[in-house]
Design a protein around this ligand. Structure first.
Ligand SMILES: NC(=O)c1ccc[n+]([C@@H]2O[C@H](COP(=O)([O-])OP(=O)(O)OC[C@H]3O[C@@H](n4cnc5c(N)ncnc54)[C@H](O)[C@@H]3O)[C@@H](O)[C@H]2O)c1
Length: 263
């Protein structure tokens, strides 16, 4: 029996990359999954694939920047599956348009990063919490980023918006822990999803990989397994945490990659 048997979950940005892997992992553990995304065709395909594998899943078109759409998606999850127990707040804007160093970023780039990455997560929490209270508890997992945990030369708006995600995680955990609602964040290292391949140069990807301590790169499933754990009762005493799943890129001396790799 899976660790999420009888639970209902919603995954934003569930049509691709990390969200798709998370939807699959939550379904494998027995949860019914609402895949919420702006990409209808790919989102429908993820839900269909889960159903074909014997799971329960529906797709719901949802732009996480729009309050009424997030509220409606939560309501759709309750209508389809009888409630909401798990929310993976995962959708984000990764293309970095209008983002960069502090002197280069545009106001539009800043606003876009915050609208999707921070407002989207805030709205997910805002509408999921009442639904979880109706169930007597639940687990929210926000996708943060290693970009929120250290300074970098670019993607300032993205990093700052993920910093907001980390702080929101603490506030939701503090406000609703006694109601049985846990809230944690997962901070991935580099995962070469479609979003990353489109938004990052091969040189930058190479530089990041030189700093990853593991022999292989990260896969969406590496993040999905942590999401499934945090969603489950096995993580009943884990809340208010930002957990890095990053191949150790955030755990070593800045000079690491200057020497021979693995020395
Ligand atoms: N891939 C990485 O290396 C990496 C590293 C750190 C953090 N993250 C975070 O992981 C999460 C997933 O990233 P990914 O690499 O899988 O990205 P991705 O681009 O492959 O997938 C993102 C999904 O979000 C959807 N989406 C975008 N805007 C949306 C909106 N407004 N409303 C609803 N859905 C929307 C897209 O349609 C897409 O299906 C993001 O929060 C990202 O910031 C990724």
């Amino acid at each position: 029996m899976g660790s999420l048997e009888g639970r209902a979950a919603m995954v934003t940005g569930g049509a691709a990359g990390i969200g798709r892997a998370s939807a699959r992992a939550l379904a494998r553990e027995g949860a019914a999954v609402l895949v919420a995304d702006i990409a209808a065709e790919r989102g429908e395909a993820v839900a269909a694939e889960i159903r074909a594998a014997g799971g329960r899943a529906e797709f719901r078109a949802c732009d996480v920047t729009r309050a009424e759409e997030v509220e409606a998606a939560v309501a759709a999850c309750e209508a389809a599956f009888g409630g909401l127990d798990v929310l993976h707040n995962n959708a984000a804007y990764l293309l970095g348009e209008g983002d960069g160093g502090i002197t280069e970023l545009t106001l539009e780039g800043w606003e876009r990063a915050f609208a999707v990455n921070a407002r989207g997560v805030m709205l997910g929490c805002k509408y999921a919490v009442p639904a979880m209270r109706r169930r007597g508890g639940g687990s929210i997992v926000n996708t943060s980023s290693g970009s929120a945990l250290a300074g970098d030369i670019t993607l300032t708006a993205y990093g700052a918006s993920k910093g907001a995600v980390n702080t929101l995680t603490l506030y939701v955990a503090a406000q609703h822990g006694k109601q049985g609602i846990r809230c944690n964040a997962v901070a991935p290292g580099l995962i070469k999803t479609e979003g990353v391949r489109q938004g990052m140069s091969p040189e930058r990807i190479q530089r990041i990989e030189a700093h990853t301590l593991t022999p292989r790169s990260g896969e969406p499933e590496d993040i999905a397994e942590m999401v499934a754990f945090l969603a489950s009762d096995a993580a009943a005493f884990v809340t208010g945490q930002v957990i890095s799943v990053d191949g150790g890129i955030g755990s070593h001396m800045p000079t690491y990659a200057d020497g021979p790799a693995g020395a």
